[in-house]
Design a protein around this ligand. Sequence first.
Ligand code: HEM
Length: 474
Amino acid sequence: MTRLQQWVPPTERRSREAILRAGMPPPWPESPMRQVRRWASDMDGLLGEAAATGSAWTFDFWRQGRMAVFTSESARRQVLAAGPEELGHANDLAGLFVGPHSLLLRNGEDHARARRRTLKLIGAERLSVYGQAMLDVTREWLATLSPGDEIEVLDACQNMTLDIILRTVLGVPPGPDYDALHAAARAFMMSGRSVAGNLAALLLPTDALRGAVLGPEDPTGGSATLGALGRSLPGAVEGRTLVSLLRASIARRRAKPDGDDVLARLVQEGELGDAAILDEIATLLLAGHDTTAVTLGWMLYRIGRRPTLWTELRTELEAHTEGEPLDPTKLPRRGLLGACVMESLRLDGLTLGVLRRARRSVMIDGYRIPAGTLVNALVRPRHIDPERWDDPERFAPERMLSAKPAPHEFAPFGGGYRRCVGASFATYEMQIVLAGIAEAIELHTPPDVVVDRVQYGPFPGPSNRIPMRVVARP
Ligand code: HEM
């Protein structure tokens, strides 16, 4: 190796020395510039590589700060059990679209209070209110299909999960407002899904980027100059339209506060002002539809590669409904339907680790983690660990019929005091969509279709739109 190749830039050398001096896990052996690039373009691969070493590492993500990455069971247990005074949220990038009232951006008692409120609206106790809307959306899509059709399942899933949020969270009736909200939300989500977008989010100040993209619609007020400069940035038109339509939905609900959807409930409660309501519904809209769509898409793809599962699902449903129409409030408990959802979350789940930011100095696995450091306790490696799951790369929902994985070894929704607040909603929704499809048709994956796991905006997702074929049920 030449002396030039051995040369380490002073900033990188200082960063490495600071990491070691602080008693943190050793610095990841690539330059910070390369780490940022890999995080933006292949975070699954980067973290998988780190996990394969079996050791803890510290990454340096420049503006986002340092991230201590752990793969041990003890670290997973500790991070999941940690309280809000020790490890707070690490969702700063959510601030690209939502304001400070968002559940994602709150910490401490303020977060606990907001979380209780949100759980009352979308937690397990209230799901039955939304089941029919979930089934209606599924059936409306099914009505557009005919046997022999070649379809792109990812698009269908994105449309359905967005429709479900529009109806259950915003309670928008079908019509021009509904269509405009749907189009703006889809376009905004698509615009943010690129490596360049990820890099911009990592490298630029979040508040400035939000101000530039959302301009006059920035939920925190924003600056006219930034807004004018950012008018032609990718996602600016779509983001501004989306926020202005959400504001209009709130105003309409204030004028006519009836209904059983989340927005109606928030207005009826009368506790929150418009800014806080905007943050709440924008959070549920953005955190709650593409995450579920991608998981649902993977699940259908996997079932389509083993089409006898459709027969098994139908047999289960028919035994359960005994000839009555499918009732979303009475789904089979602990059956194949739920097992397919769990197995999909295990094998293809988008969650790589439980991510927090230390609010005070903490010790994990003998390393000192200074306040302000990001902590990532990886869960994905455990989801596909051959020591825990037999033949882990195989989609085998039957294994989930009897599996009782502990929270520290199966955490597709994160865990602890910040576990996904929409976990029950998403699980219920995926079961209803799957049941609705299984009772009507089959979806088969053509043998030449292969879907790989790639970077998909801020998380890993499918490498294509998941082409599948509609087949009549026997
Ligand atoms: C398959 C679908 C979904 C997956 C894989 C998923 C995953 C996650 C994960 C990993 C977290 C972080 C948990 C932690 O830090 O421990 C999270 C948080 C969150 N999710 Fe989900 N999610 C999904 C669906 C939903 C849905 C449907 C909604 C709302 C309708 C939602 C709303 C939220 C919110 C608001 C938070 C922040 C919770 C807090 O900070 O207290 N998610 N989600």
